[in-house]
Design a protein around this ligand. Structure first.
Ligand SMILES: NC(=O)c1ccc[n+]([C@@H]2O[C@H](COP(=O)([O-])OP(=O)(O)OC[C@H]3O[C@@H](n4cnc5c(N)ncnc54)[C@H](OP(=O)(O)O)[C@@H]3O)[C@@H](O)[C@H]2O)c1
Length: 254
């Protein structure tokens, strides 16, 4: 398989790093010279990477083309590019809809995919719309593929995917608190990451039970977990959390 990436930014490079850690068989990966420093690093690290300056060359030489640019750049450059009928396209672009992508690429083999940066370590969900074998057969090697049949519903995941920074801030706050109380910072960082990793793994294993049960099972009456949960509820933490999801949803649905 020969892959091409138009735009070598954060998400393209995360996918490429994941691919090279996986069993996916690739003959070559053509990447764009933008971003220059990321492209240089990838080129130096992997013999199968070739950097090209011209987006059309990347398309012509690849069987599957990833679109890893922002919506503004996508709208500017895609109408000037030519995609042959047999080309397979995976758009990572957040807000250009499938119909428009098909129209401007004059191609029907188009999939919208939403991976997240942990794909770099072969972890995390990858939303794919519409379900297409060629996309699943790539992403199944580097993440958990979730196929969605309704484009409007696929946007809903943008809200939950936007929890990344807030999640890391919870880790940051917890670790800083431990450090302020005299715990070695490195130990605090490790403890916090291991704690949340264990909780997430446990939640995944028990997801069929429903998370409400996990919330209940992790509290004893008048215990410490109940105290924290109630304090956060009183401060409207969770309603603000839901409101933030709702506000992102409004923004991406327009
Ligand atoms: N980051 C995420 O977690 C994530 C997850 C899923 C989807 N997405 C979506 O994926 C897309 C890319 O996001 P990103 O975070 O990877 O953004 P990014 O890091 O800014 O990457 C965009 C890349 O496009 C390059 N570029 C600009 N003009 C170009 C051109 N004419 N031809 C080729 N490449 C060009 C930029 O190069 P220069 O730096 O040289 O300008 C940059 O390397 C966005 O639509 C985003 O919404 C992102």
């Amino acid at each position: 398989m020969i892959l091409g990436f138009i735009g070598t930014g954060k998400i393209s490079s995360s996918i490429i790093l994941g691919i090279f850690k996986s069993k996916l068989k690739v003959r070559r990966i053509y990447i764009s010279s933008r971003n220059r420093s990321i492209a240089k690093k990838l080129d130096k690290k992997y013999g199968k990477i070739k950097v090209l300056n011209n987006n059309q060359d990347i398309i012509d030489k690849s069987s599957v083309v990833f679109l890893g640019v922002t919506p503004n750049i996508g709208n500017q450059i895609l109408p000037k590019l030519t995609f042959s009928k047999n080309k397979k396209i995976i758009s990572l672009i957040s807000t250009i809809k499938l119909d428009k992508l098909k129209k401007i690429t004059k191609n029907m083999n188009v999939v919208r995919a939403t991976p997240l940066p942990p794909i770099e370590i072969k972890k995390g969900p990858v939303i794919i719309y519409p379900p297409k074998k060629f996309a699943k057969n790539i992403f199944k090697h580097i993440g958990k593929v979730l196929e969605i049949r309704n484009e409007k519903l696929s946007y809903k995941f943008w809200s939950t995917a936007s929890l990344m920074a807030a999640y890391y801030e919870i880790l940051n706050t917890s670790s800083n608190w431990l450090a302020k109380k005299g715990i070695n910072k490195k130990l605090a960082d490790t403890y916090v990451a291991e704690l949340f990793l264990a909780l997430s793994q446990d939640a995944l294993n028990k997801s069929s039970q429903g998370y409400k049960k996990l919330v209940a099972d992790s509290q004893t009456p008048n215990g410490l977990n109940m105290q924290v949960l109630n304090e956060l509820k009183k401060g409207n933490f969770f309603s603000k959390f839901s409101k933030a999801l709702e506000n992102v949803n409004k923004r991406v649905s327009n």
